[in-house]
Design a protein around this ligand. Structure first.
Ligand code: ADP
Ligand code: MG
Length: 340
């Protein structure tokens, strides 16, 4: 280990609406929900990540939980800074002093200059001395294993918590992209709403997400269907807790509208794609990443709609972080990184 590395630590950060991941020494060492809990009276942060998530939806008047990112961008600067700082602290450096940090952080491609500045400021306040930014679709593509520098068009779709980002990448650049604010968290609220409307049962966000993971589906005819799932919540009529069973077909119906919006965005991105690159995509197909892409049958549904082959990244929740980590190791080589 050189002298340099004693004083400098390198970290790659995937700052997502739903989850924040930090890679250090090629390993994912932080993988936590992007959420903080704050004491309302003292304004002190009392928990971040998983601990704060356990409080979400169960808080009393003195505590509130905050998701500092909304729709892929920082919505609450102070909370975001606390969160980044707290998560960086989770890296146990085993040293007495705080090393200076070299960071690569991924940002949504549709981010404004002001929002970009906010990310950089938060990173610098959290100890970043040398900060680089990478556009999320680029990080996703690298994480999936696409050779982003070759003269070949590739379409990558990252379906996260708050946004779905669709991009065509070639020659180390984003040729066209489309970002819509419909993604995994909308699927969750669709389920909440459906349960209320259809079954007169009130459920919380965490239960709705659990339903999505256990019996969520993008299509009503899965080859390997999951069993019906027991849902517990409050009966709207009686106010008493009750239990009902839901099937994946029902959920596919509940999610149909949101998925159609994502499909429409994909079709419009394909329309915007220059013809030479369209020809490439016809051959290579579409790559999916992000937690939202894990919804059963979503790949099949997109494939039917676009008549293109669709591939899901290995470990979709970590593809962007993985790509950001690879970018960190190729700071000199990758011209598309933005230096703060
Ligand atoms: N098995 C799964 N099936 C469907 N959705 C999932 C699954 N696992 C996670 N998700 C969803 O993925 C989203 C988070 O994905 P992620 O890529 O971490 O988002 P972000 O980059 O915005 O933080 C959430 O909406 C979560 O509910
Ligand atoms: Mg993401």
């Amino acid at each position: 280990m050189g002298l340099f590395s004693v004083f400098t630590q390198e970290v790659a950060i995937d700052l997502g609406t739903a989850n924040t991941l930090i890679i250090h020494n090629d390993k994912v060492i932080v993988d936590e929900p992007s959420i903080v809990a704050m004491d309302r009276t003292t304004s002190k942060i009392i928990a971040i990540g998983r601990k704060a998530q356990l409080m979400h939806g169960k808080v009393h008047d003195n505590i509130k939980t905050i998701r500092p990112l909304k729709d892929g961008v920082i919505a609450d600067f102070q909370a975001a800074e606390h969160m980044i700082r707290g998560m960086i602290k989770m890296i146990k450096t085993g040293r007495f002093f705080q090393p200076s940090l070299r960071m690569v952080i991924c940002i949504p491609s549709g981010i404004t200059e002001v929002e970009k500045r906010a990310v950089i400021d938060s990173a610098e306040h959290a100890g970043g001395k040398e900060v680089y930014l990478i556009h999320e679709p680029m990080a996703a593509a690298i994480g999936i294993g696409v050779d982003v520098e070759e003269p070949m068009g590739n379409m990558v779709i990252d379906i996260g918590g708050g946004t779905s980002e669709i991009a065509v990448i070639a020659l180390g650049g984003i040729v066209c992209d489309k970002s819509i604010r419909v993604a995994g968290d909308d699927f969750t609220s669709d389920i909440e709403e459906y349960m209320r409307r259809q079954h007169n049962i009130l459920i919380g966000e965490r239960t709705a997400e659990q339903i999505k993971i256990e019996v969520g589906s993008a299509i009503p005819d899965l080859d390997t269907p999951p069993d019906d799932y027991a849902v517990r919540g409050r009966d709207l009529m009686t106010g008493i807790p009750k239990e009902i069973y839901v099937s994946y077909q029902e959920i596919s119906h509940a999610l149909d509208k949101s998925i159609t919006k994502i499909e429409d965005a994909i079709l419009s991105a394909l329309e915007m794609t220059p013809p030479e690159l369209s020809a490439d995509i016809y051959k290579t197909g579409i790559y999916l990443a992000g937690g939202g892409s894990m919804l059963r049958g979503l790949d099949k549904r997109i494939s039917l709609k676009t008549k293109l082959p669709v591939h899901i990244a290995e470990d979709p929740l970590r593809a962007v972080a993985r790509g950001t980590g690879i970018a960190l190791k190729n700071l000199e080589k990758f011209q598309f990184l933005i230096k703060a």
